[in-house]
Design a protein around this ligand. Structure first.
Ligand SMILES: Cc1ncc(COP(=O)(O)O)c(C=O)c1O
Length: 366
């Protein structure tokens, strides 16, 4: 059957998502399972978003507004930009695809880091575009080396800031330095999926810089707003370039409920504050306990922590599953002795630590 498939697709590795709770319950016969694997919001969705979705549900016989007029208007007001600077997407995943389709010619390439969010490489592969992956330095994007790897055919540079799966970030100073003297034929995508969790002062704020045509910001409602299941995100960029992306996206790529949920979520400042507090408190708790267990971890500014477990991460992941705790093993990312854990509620974090302790002390099964 292979001969029927486009050659570039034969080379693509499908994305392996975090293991779902229901699947784990079914496969292992468990009743009580927690998921700390996909950097989701442990508090659930914003209650205001849920109320708006309920209210809107009776209208799903109609197509959604293909322009997302009200959502863009609300976002533009909150961000002090124009609605024309925004392109809505079915999650930022879809925007990555739209960006590549809009900007990268057949013979042009994309530069990103190794290791970073896997979708950049996967979606580029599906679109038959070449990707150069530049190794991280001390788990951080190495912008100097990335710059050296840019050639005449480089069109896009993907920077996850903060980076997934390391939780590290590029500072304002480093980014400014990188952007200075960047060739005019390059566009830089700053994927800021985890920006709401930042607890440092030198993180770049690019809401002014994007008007400079070299930058595309990617934002999502999946993490801090707790709307991963709705699938909605947006890109912020130069108005003219946004217009070209609008030609590429499907007319109804963001659905009716997603638009309504996102609009309500933007208003829910209290939910955002609570989410941030839970994540920052949880991070301190986990750091403290990892230290006690003698495990090394990468300090994170996001809502997850990359942990060096000093043994095969896949095996540890499987053992944790039997205790009903889903974390993320890092084999697909090439990080054999690591797991990535999403910061959960206090109760979830405590359970994670308890199970990890048991396994490290040799207990294999509940
Ligand atoms: C860096 C990064 N970008 C984008 C995404 C995808 O976000 P969305 O749910 O909006 O597609 C993720 C999800 O894990 C991510 O880690």
């Amino acid at each position: 059957m292979k001969e029927l498939v486009r050659k570039n697709i034969l080379k693509v590795n499908a994305y392996i998502a975090g293991k779902p709770i229901e699947e784990t319950k079914r496969q292992l016969g468990l009743k009580d399972v927690i998921k700390l694997a996909s950097n989701e919001n442990p508090l659930g969705p914003s209650p205001k978003a849920v109320a708006a979705i309920r209210k809107t549900a009776s209208g799903v016989n109609r197509y959604p507004d293909s322009q997302g007029f009200y959502l863009k208007k609300k976002l533009a007001k909150a961000l002090e930009i124009k609605p024309e600077n925004i392109v809505l997407g079915n999650g930022s995943d879809e925007l990555i695809d739209i960006i590549i389709k809009t900007f990268v010619e057949d013979d042009e390439n994309i530069v990103t880091a190794d290791t970073t969010f896997l979708e950049y490489e996967i979606i580029a592969g599906v679109n038959n575009r070449k990707v150069t992956k530049v190794p991280l330095r001390y788990f951080k994007y190495d912008l100097e080396s990335i710059k050296k790897n840019i050639d005449k055919q480089t069109k896009l540079i993907f920077i996850a800031n903060p980076n997934n799966p390391t939780g590290t970030y590029v500072t304002k100073f480093e980014l400014d330095d990188f952007l200075r003297g960047l060739p005019d034929h390059c566009l830089v995508v700053l994927d800021e999926a985890y920006d709401a969790f930042i607890d440092v002062n030198d993180f770049p704020n690019m809401f002014n810089g994007f008007k400079n045509k070299k930058i595309i910001l990617l934002k999502t409602f999946s993490k801090s707003y707790g709307l991963a299941g709705l699938r909605i995100g947006y890109a912020v960029l130069n108005e003219e370039l946004a217009g070209y992306m609008e030609r590429v996206r499907q007319p109804f790529n963001t659905n009716l409920l997603a638009q309504a949920g996102a609009m309500a979520a933007i208003e829910d400042r209290e939910f955002l504050r609570k989410t941030r507090r839970i994540v920052l408190e949880g991070k301190d708790y986990l750091y403290g306990n990892l230290k006690k267990l003698g495990l090394a971890y990468v300090p994170s500014v996001a809502n997850f922590i990359l942990i060096d477990v000093g043994q095969d991460g896949v095996e540890l992941f499987n053992k944790m599953l039997r205790f009903g705790v889903i974390v993320r093993e890092m084999k697909q990312y090439g990080l054999k002795n690591f797991i990535r854990v999403t910061i959960g509620t206090k109760k979830e974090n405590e359970r994670f630590v308890k199970v990890l302790k048991k396994i490290l002390r040799g207990k294999e099964r509940p």
